[in-house]
Design a protein around this ligand. Structure first.
Ligand SMILES: Nc1ncnc2c1ncn2[C@@H]1O[C@H](COP(=O)(O)OP(=O)(O)O)[C@@H](O)[C@H]1O
Ligand SMILES: [Mg+2]
Length: 605
């Protein structure tokens, strides 16, 4: 074990004079409390250490002792259902609850172990040797650590075991005995190896219509949610955590103000999994670093979170990681870099901000695991750009690496239009890959409908600009129709409250039904207008209101009500265009029911 003597302290960064060889990224213990740190730079006999705990009270002269191993986190059955700090040490459950300084690992816990192998079996890294059944019914696999392997010498019988005791012993190729427990350590900054990265042909189903139907992210893909303060990032991430079809959720609360995270910490344990009716925490890991926790631990927390996600992926599961927010992580990187005395780049961030973001998002993938299973990690990062400016470095660099970009719009949020995802600033680069998937859900026309909705929304923006100048009524009828249809897409389809008992999660089947119904209305409206009906008469149709409210009112288990509504739409249009109807002249004085969209009249010169 190498030793060094502490010489200077600058917040979380220490300089020490080495008395033996240290390795870059080696974990170290500092001072009497054994504070946890990591070697971040070696310069002759000087080591630069980043400390993950509060360094108040440390004095020059204190001992820095090397571990001989890179900084690692414990991965095992004790993760699910619990709340940890950035280095995976258990938090008591309240924000502001600090871990005991110097604490390395959680206390051992007992789990119901079932062996999956017998002595004599050959096991490679990443293969399961046993499993753990939780009372909740969740099964977790106990994996041989990725770089280990050998022939099974002994394996424990089924029964309750501590997660740190040896339950399986291998003899490796060199003839050494290798004891395995249900948990193993893995270096926090090193991606866990896989057999192959696979292409993704399915979306992560989020349960949010505007995301699944317009801007889907791949299972194993990467998405960013940039949004100014109060635009709904946290609510959206939580809605995704509750509603997406991943098997395991890793929720990283990174550096947001303590009181905001307190909300998450209090709320998560209460959340009910809409799929099973059981507590959502049973398949969730929460990692929390509030802004009052040491800054370096915040920098590490994003790596801990993605390593945890990979660990569950390696068990053949689909994992979604939600990070709120990557901006706070980047700020931690900036602060620590400043303490190292590195030259600041754009926005004060170190020049390697971009490559760090790339490395993080690169860890999203669908893979064939070392054990031969198929698993995935989907990464979703919120970004909180200062004063909502999306041209700042974290947003602009992240944009280069994500495939789905869900930009939250201040104006929509102010109008309480949620989720406030801006349909023109957002995009999904993989959308067309998912057409076959939607076809399998019975929505063969998905890509065409999606394009149609996006085109309408695009035209709406253009026409609204024009309407602001010349007045809405001065627009040709076809354009008035376009505006009305785009409004319907917004109100009847894209708007979705995260707090509505029926609508907070929307299944693909229900999304498809709603999308078809809105498209049907638009088709009929276009035909009617082509036949001479004035768009204002469409606004008076009685089926409009139930269409706008169908998300809130028609549940997943009532598909017949969509059929009823469709029949009603058909009936009302038939009546509208029936031959008896008088030819539509310049109808004036018809009451305008949607007063909220009254265009501003341009002043005459
Ligand atoms: N999808 C949503 N459905 C309903 N209300 C929402 C939604 N998103 C945001 N809100 C409202 O906006 C408020 C602020 O959202 P929040 O997620 O805390 O913003 P941010 O994290 O971007 O600062 C919430 O308290 C809630 O009232
Ligand atoms: Mg927030």
């Amino acid at each position: 074990m190498s030793r060094a003597t502490l010489r200077a302290i600058s917040g979380p960064v220490l300089r020490a004079r080495a008395e033996g060889p240290f390795a870059l990224r080696e974990a170290v213990r500092v001072g009497e409390l054994g504070l946890l740190g990591e070697v971040v730079r070696l310069d002759g006999d000087e080591v630069l250490v980043q400390v993950y705990e509060d360094t108040t009270g440390l004095r020059p002269g204190a001992a820095v002792v090397g571990d001989g191993l890179p900084l690692a986190i414990p991965l095992g059955p004790a993760l699910l259902g619990h709340i940890f700090d950035g280095l995976l040490r258990p938090l008591a459950g309240q924000a502001g609850a600090f871990v005991t300084p110097g604490l390395r690992q959680a206390e051992a816990e007992r789990f119901e172990f079932t062996p999956l192998v017998a002595p004599g079996a050959r096991l490679a890294g990443g293969q399961p040797f046993g499993e753990v059944r939780a009372a909740s019914g969740h099964v977790q696999r106990c994996l041989v650590p990725p770089l280990a392997g050998g022939t099974v010498l002994a394996v424990a019988a089924a029964g309750p075991r501590s997660d740190s005791e040896t339950v399986c012993t291998l003899r490796d190729a060199q003839g050494r005995e290798l004891p395995l427990a249900m948990r193993h350590s893995w270096p926090v900054r090193q991606p866990r190896p896989v057999r192959a990265r696979l292409p993704s042909d399915a979306p992560l189903v989020t349960g949010q219509r505007i995301l699944d139907s317009l801007f889907p992210v791949a299972l194993g893909g990467k998405a960013a949610i940039p949004g100014g303060f109060g635009t709904g990032k946290t609510v959206l991430l939580e809605a995704l955590a509750k509603g997406c079809n991943a098997d395991v959720i890793v929720y990283l609360g990174c550096g947001e103000r303590g009181n905001e995270l307190a909300g998450v910490l209090e709320e998560f344990p209460e959340l009910v999994d809409p799929r099973s009716g059981r507590p959502l925490m049973e398949r969730t890991v929460v990692i929390a670093n509030t802004s009052n926790m040491p800054v370096a631990a915040r920098e590490a927390s994003i790596y801990s979170a993605v390593t945890v996600a990979e660990y569950f992926r390696d068990q053949g599961l689909d994992v979604a990681l939600m990070a709120d927010s990557t901006s706070r992580w980047a700020e931690a990187l900036r602060e620590v870099s400043g303490r190292f005395g590195e030259l600041p780049g754009e926005g004060g961030y170190p020049a390697y901000l971009s490559s760090r973001l790339a490395e993080f998002y690169e860890r999203a993938a669908v893979v064939e695991t070392l054990g031969g299973a198929r698993g995935s990690v989907t990464l979703i990062g919120a970004i909180s750009p200062p004063s909502g400016d999306f041209s700042e470095p974290v947003t602009s660099h992240t944009k280069r690496y994500v495939r789905a970009y869900w930009a939250l719009d201040v104006k929509r949020a102010q109008a309480r239009f949620y989720p406030a995802v801006h349909p023109l600033q957002s995009y999904a680069e993989d959308a067309r890959l998912f057409a076959p998937w939607w076809a399998r859900q019975g929505q063969g026309a998905w890509l065409a409908l999606r394009k149609r909705f996006l085109t309408l929304l695009d035209e709406q923006a253009r026409l609204e600009r024009m309407a602001r100048i010349i007045g809405k009524d001065a627009l040709p009828v076809r354009q008035q129709l376009t505006l009305a249809c785009a409004e319907l897409v917004n109100d009847a389809f894209l708007r979705q409250s995260a707090f509505s008992p029926i609508d907070r999660v929307c299944t693909p089947a229900r999304q498809a039904a709603m999308m078809r119904l809105v498209a049907k209305f638009i088709d009929l409206a276009e035909l009617a207008v082509a036949a001479g009906v004035h768009p204002e008469r469409l606004a008076a149709l009685e089926c409009l209101r139930p269409l706008q409210r169908m998300g809130e009112e028609i549940g997943d288990d009532q598909p017949e009500r969509f059929a009823e509504l469709e029949a009603r739409v058909d009936r009302e249009f038939a009546a509208l265009t029936a031959p008896a109807a008088p030819a539509d002249g310049a109808a004036d004085g018809a009451p305008d029911s949607d007063a909220d969209e009254e265009p501003q009249r341009a002043t005459d010169r």
